[in-house]
Design a protein around this ligand. Structure first.
Ligand SMILES: Cc1ncc(COP(=O)(O)O)c(C=O)c1O
Length: 400
């Protein structure tokens, strides 16, 4: 069958799967927490079954620590993973959407600077595709307004901004070890913080979170075997051709189980964290090759990293304003791991209608990015000839 690339993913080695069955679970989880703390140079790390769970519990802990009880709103970008909105609502908090700039995928600073933060509990960053936002600036804005900041590093583990690891800005950070992330253990989420009070509250909240159910554990182990076997380019056509798996489909889901991390999976994340720098260096090299090969192509734009940031490029995003060219690229490169990312801006997600507020009613930036974005693969199964082939097809579609 034809070589077929996933849009993202991180190959798992057979020895790492064996480690999941031979390492005592509690010891594996302890090693993982330690590894996260040293990688990010941060004091506290708490493990959850998902990044959504980590985000929900972190926001709940922040809300409980807010003395007046008046601050119930979380500011989030108009274009990011739908899971962020789901986590905020699951925590029982309100959403205020602030528009983004398509050029950077970061907040639109003309918009965010005009928010009245009196009722705001926290601002969430997005750092999409491994490209950091202007995090020092966001942290400053949060501090000036007496609100918390949650640095969402779900897609950005290993990147830095002003020489600080993404995920360590603001009051708390979120990591995800889901299947398409920089580091994967099939499922997994982490809440990190340098703040001892918040750390204690998070530890307290975690005590009330149930352990992963037997059903989740069995499912995770099945997914692990399937991921190990089928992520390779010679076999990925199999899961890609099974519509019920819904690969590449983005759905809003607020019904996710809030559970603790399945500790037996920790050796997978520990092993990948051990090779994080090499993995990310490889992604950056692939991103540079895309930049070089697509430089001359008219009508294409990329997402500009903020000054002082070193991205990790979980995927390489391009922006295509011509809708017909975008459709052609998607069609000719879908087998090569090209994908549309999130299909709509947050205010246009059906399940969120009537449940969120939009600052200044502005979301054109988010809508524009949703219309234009395509992401190209940078993971380790993508080789230089794949990248040349993807770029050739893009250039062809753009000049047709
Ligand atoms: C930006 C962002 N935040 C949060 C999450 C939630 O992580 P998880 O899938 O582990 O729940 C994701 C997951 O895709 C994400 O991309």
């Amino acid at each position: 069958m034809l070589r077929t690339l996933p849009p993202s993913g991180n190959p798992i080695h057979a020895g790492e799967i064996l480690d999941c069955f031979t390492t005592p679970a509690a010891q594996g989880a302890q090693t993982l927490r330690e590894k996260i703390r040293t990688s990010l140079d941060i004091k506290h790390a708490y493990l959850f079954a998902t990044g959504r769970g980590a985000m929900t519990v972190t926001l709940s802990a922040l809300a409980k620590g807010e003395r007046t009880g008046k601050r119930r709103t979380v500011v989030m970008p108009s274009y990011t993973c739908y899971s962020v909105a789901a986590s905020i609502l699951k925590a029982g908090l309100d959403i205020l959407v602030c528009d983004i700039e398509p050029r950077t995928a970061d907040y639109d600073w003309d918009q965010i600077s005009t928010i009245n933060f009196d009722e705001t509990l926290a601002i969430v960053s997005s750092n999409l595709y491994g490209i950091p936002n202007q995090l020092s600036r966001l942290e400053e804005l949060a501090q000036e307004n007496g609100v918390s900041m949650v640095d969402d590093a779900a897609q950005c583990l290993g990147a830095t901004c002003d020489n600080r690891p993404v995920g360590t800005f603001g009051d708390a950070g979120i990591l995800s070890f889901d299947k398409g992330k920089v580091v994967t253990s099939i499922n997994g989420g982490v809440a990190v913080t340098a703040d001892t009070d918040l750390g204690e509250r998070l530890a307290g909240e975690l005590q009330n979170v149930p352990r992963t159910s037997a059903k989740s554990r069995v499912l995770d182990l099945i997914k692990l075997q399937a991921y190990f076997l089928l992520l390779r380019p010679s076999l990925y056509w199999i899961p890609k051709s099974l519509p019920f798996l819904g690969l590449g489909r983005t759905q809003y889901d607020e019904d996710f189980p809030l559970e603790r991390y399945f500790d037996s999976l920790a050796p997978l994340a520990v092993a990948q964290l051990g090779r994080l720098q090499a993995l990310n260096e490889e992604r950056r090299e692939k991103a540079s090759l895309y930049v070089e090969l697509l430089r001359e192509s008219k009508g294409l734009a990329t997402i500009e990293p903020a000054a002082g940031c070193e991205p990790v490029y979980l995927r390489f995003p391009i922006r295509v304003s011509d809708q017909s060219a975008r459709g052609k690229i998607l069609e000719s490169c879908s087998r090569l791991g090209c994908s549309i990312s999130y299909p709509s801006a947050i205010p246009d997600v059906n399940e969120l209608q009537g449940r969120i507020s939009v600052h200044n009613n502005a979301c054109e930036g988010g809508r524009t990015l949703a219309r234009q974005i395509l992401t190209l693969p940078t993971h380790s199964s993508v080789d230089s000839s794949d990248i040349h082939s993807i770029c050739r097809r893009i250039i062809q579609a753009m000049s047709a």
